[in-house]
Design a protein around this ligand. Structure first.
Ligand code: PGA
Length: 253
């Protein structure tokens, strides 16, 4: 994905009806930027998918959900399937976010099934991986993340069907960002791992996530093999999110 960037906002469990104003402001700001080679999406909570799909109709900003079930329909109280998400016109769905791995005990095997369900529904799964602080300090961050990748990707998928987001768990929502060297090492290792499996591995977008903001986005997005960002906190303010998009544009525009 050499000459383009993908910026995805993860709104997490934040969202009131007023967030359609946020989506509108992002769409309008994005239009004004007239960014070339930058793709943008927001991932609101399920309850806002309908509203945001209407708000973004005819706009260049895509949207997605934050999780999906492994099957299409059935007796799964409280769950939402990828097919249901796709019906709203969503493009993406996050799977395996570290908050779901930690809070809902989601393992990589389950995440591969969710990613497959997303692909079957015509969505692009954004498959999230990342090491904890203890794992980073142990010196094993790279092999740990690569083993998450080995298990979390569905068999037989191709480059155009998936996005991968590397998010060090200790950098999420903490204001601490991995160093440029660590990001570069991890993304290069992930790319190498993918190249052994996919002929078109170079085309798989590899996003970095974890405390990306308007101030650090330019530096992070300039790192080799970083094709975009998954943004939490800074995606809840239109001006901040648009500044990240502008930083992406200044790199690829
Ligand atoms: P953050 O969240 O940008 O607030 O660190 C990123 C994420 O969890 O995707």
């Amino acid at each position: 994905m050499a000459n383009s960037k993908l910026i995805i906002g993860n709104w997490k469990m934040n969202g009131a009806i007023g967030h359609s104003e946020l989506a509108k402001a992002i769409a309008e700001g994005f239009k004004e930027l007239a960014a070339k080679n930058v793709e943008v999406a927001v991932c609101p909570p399920f309850t806002l998918l309908s509203l945001i799909s209407q708000t973004l109709e005819g706009e260049n900003v895509h949207f997605g959900a934050q999780d999906c079930h492994t099957v299409v329909s059935g007796a799964h109280t409280g769950d939402i399937s990828a097919t249901m998400i796709a019906e709203f016109g969503a493009k993406f769905v996050l799977v395996g976010h570290s908050e779901r791995r930690a809070n809902h005990k989601e393992a990589s095997e389950l995440i591969a099934q969710k990613a497959q369900a997303a692909i079957n529904a015509g969505l692009i799964p954004v498959i999230c991986v990342g090491e904890t602080e203890t794992e980073r300090l142990s010196g094993n961050a790279v092999p740990i993340v690569l083993s998450q990748i080995d298990v979390s990707l569905p068999d037989g998928c191709n480059a155009s069907q998936i996005v991968i987001a590397y998010e060090p768990v200790w950098a999420i929502g903490t204001g601490r960002v991995a160093s440029v060297q660590d990001i570069e090492e991890m993304h290069q290792s992930i790319r190498g791992n993918l190249a052994a499996k996919y002929a078109d591995a170079a085309k798989i977008p590899l996003l970095y996530g974890g405390s990306v903001n308007a101030g650090n986005a330019g530096q992070i997005l300039s790192v080799a093999n970083v094709d975009g960002a998954l943004v939490g906190g800074a995606s809840l303010k239109a001006a901040d999110f648009l500044a990240i998009i502008a930083a992406a544009q200044s790199i690829v525009g």
